[in-house]
Design a protein around this ligand. Structure first.
Ligand SMILES: [Cu+2]
Length: 163
């Protein structure tokens, strides 16, 4: 029979796990395409990003083989494929992980040769871009996370009452 202390401890661990899983997600940029010159041009990355919802704390993973890099640039440099004024150090080693730390739009391009002009560029809008950074708050449980949490609570109560 599990002790009450054991049950409480387990509940704490499960809750922390659920909250952790719902507050930060890891995205491989481009999905199975990875980070490369996309066959159909930049549309591949535009479509990929449009199907995801990015929030503060999420992690982007750029995965590639061959010669590429990741340069975070301004919107203007993104549009013109200029990597010489990169915001962060240009990353030349795969995989490169970056945490999305603010409600902002992040612009990434490959600075190798004509890759960016050939479509190797992606913009990532975090949160509601028009709400800007003022919208950043403490992490909250998603509906699914909350449902899972209460399922665990009810389950543990049942175990506790029957033992
Ligand atoms: Cu490249």
């Amino acid at each position: 029979m599990a002790s009450k202390v054991g049950i409480v401890g387990w509940l704490v661990v499960v809750t922390a796990t659920i909250m952790g899983a719902t507050t930060a997600e890891t995205y491989t940029v481009g999905g199975s395409l990875g980070w490369k010159i996309p066959p159909g041009g930049a549309t591949a990355y535009t479509s990929w990003a449009a199907n995801e919802t990015f929030k503060v704390g999420d992690i982007l993973v750029f995965n590639w083989t061959g010669t590429h890099n990741v340069a975070r640039v301004s919107k203007a440099d993104f549009n013109n494929c200029i990597s010489s004024n990169a915001i962060d150090t240009i990353q030349g080693t795969s995989p490169y992980n970056i945490t999305l730390s603010s409600n902002d739009t992040y612009y990434f391009i490959c600075g190798v040769g004509p890759h960016c002009n050939l479509g190797q560029k992606v913009s990532i809008s975090v949160g509601n871009s028009s709400a800007a950074a003022s919208n950043a708050g403490p992490p909250r449980l998603t509906t699914a996370g909350a449902a899972a949490f209460w399922a665990v609570v009810v389950g543990l109560l049942a175990v506790s009452l029957s033992s």
